[in-house]
Design a binder for this molecule. Structure first.
Ligand SMILES: [Ca+2]
Ligand SMILES: [Ca+2]
Ligand SMILES: [Ca+2]
Ligand SMILES: [Ca+2]
Length: 388
């Protein structure tokens, strides 16, 4: 299937609806009963990207998309004004691979993402809330639209130095993004630390699995899962997975001794359970956690999230001159139920002239201490104002 961006798709859709209102676009199909089981699924014509369906109480709609580009990424979502949907993904034998009821803490609509398997086929089932076995155990009734979008893993670009590190262009120019990412202002409830804009990454909505994020960031397979397991002992969770998240990346040339810094604020709605310990991470040189739900620095948040760490500063000294990949992200841990997020701002490189290297490092250390003290003071003020 030809890769079609969401923007291109919505434009094509509105044009065809307005100019030729009586003709369905070739890529839209209608729900055709009976399609109530995997074995009686409705095969959709090649190049179909949309299904306009109708769900009745006790009804499940199974669909088969085919001739997709194997290895490409997909997002598939259910939109409806009348039903609370549940969405399932099945393999080519009919085994349930993934279920999504609610795509985020703020929506009952459903969304699935992933990678198109070698067969080039994707099998979906549309049902009503709580019908996790896809057997029609629900009372929802109404119309919906299923939309499928496929695209390639974003291409990486290498910049001579960090570009748009403060996001003041109001977009992600210079960055590669994957998942649910947006540019926010102070109306988010947490002020940018530089200028008027900051980046926000979420574990809700259009997110991708840890393995796909690892692929984008060039990380070893399983490394995000392992980072989440780093709580053990006494909290082993050998089944732990970085289930779904978002990341941004920029590749740049770094000079030995330069210092890369950025400000970050980890936010979460999760309870304080080690079993659902969502976390934020950074990869440069190696992969490490920025914070997790159990971080002792979590305080009440003035954003839509319950809790946040407040802004902290990460810093990394470039050990040798060369090309570096900076990846920053946030992920759900073990389940995909409750959202976490990460604000990022002021990504920059502090260049240190070689002759003044030792002296500047000392100065930077003092600056870092001042920033940390300042941040602590801000946190104090914030927690007081929350209580008021
Ligand atoms: Ca049906
Ligand atoms: Ca739902
Ligand atoms: Ca900024
Ligand atoms: Ca979570």
């Amino acid at each position: 299937m030809k890769a079609l961006s969401a923007l291109a798709f919505s434009t094509a859709w509105s044009i065809s609806l307005s100019s030729i209102a009586t003709i369905q676009p070739v890529f839209a199909a209608l729900d055709n009963e009976p399609n109530n089981s995997f074995n009686t699924k409705q095969f959709l014509p090649s190049s179909t990207t949309t299904v306009n369906g109708q769900l009745e109480s006790g009804d499940v709609d199974f669909f088969g998309f085919s001739n997709l580009d194997s290895g490409s990424l997909f997002t598939a979502d259910i939109n409806s004004k009348t039903i609370d949907p549940l969405f399932g993904l099945l393999d080519d034998s009919g085994n349930i691979q993934a279920i999504n009821d609610n795509k985020s803490d703020n929506s009952v609509l459903s969304l699935l993402t992933g990678k198109v398997p070698a067969s080039g086929s994707l099998n979906f089932a549309v049902s009503g809330l709580r019908d996790i076995n896809l057997i029609g155990d629900h009372l929802e009734s109404g119309s919906y639209r299923l939309s499928l979008n496929t695209f390639n893993l974003p291409k990486l670009s290498t910049n001579p130095t960090i570009i748009n590190g403060g996001f003041e262009t109001g977009n992600f120019s210079g960055w590669t993004t994957l998942g649910e990412t947006s540019i926010e202002t102070k109306t988010f409830g947490s002020n940018p630390t530089e200028g008027n804009y900051q980046a926000f990454l979420s574990t809700g909505n259009k997110t991708f699995s840890g393995s796909i994020i690892e692929e984008l960031l060039g990380l070893e397979a399983g490394s995000l899962d392992n980072l989440g397991k780093s709580l053990e002992p006494p909290f082993p969770f050998p089944d732990g997975q970085a289930t779904q998240g978002s990341a941004i990346q920029q590749i740049f040339t770094g000079k030995a001794g330069d210092i890369l810094t950025f400000d970050w604020n980890f936010l979460s709605n999760e309870e304080l359970f080690p079993s659902v310990n969502d976390f934020a991470f950074v990869s440069i040189g190696s992969l490490s956690k920025l914070a997790d739900v159990l971080s002792p620095t979590m305080i009440s948040s003035t954003t839509d999230f319950f809790k946040e760490t407040g802004f902290n500063t990460f810093s990394f000294k470039i050990p040798t001159t060369g090309i570096y990949s900076l990846g920053i992200g946030v992920t759900d841990w073990r389940d995909s139920g409750t959202d976490s997020g990460l604000l990022i701002d002021n990504v920059k490189i502090v260049s240190v002239p070689e002759s003044n290297y030792g002296l500047s490092l000392l100065g930077f250390g003092v600056l870092g201490l001042i920033l940390r003290l300042k941040s602590k003071q801000q946190n104090k003020v914030k927690s007081i104002s929350v209580r008021r």
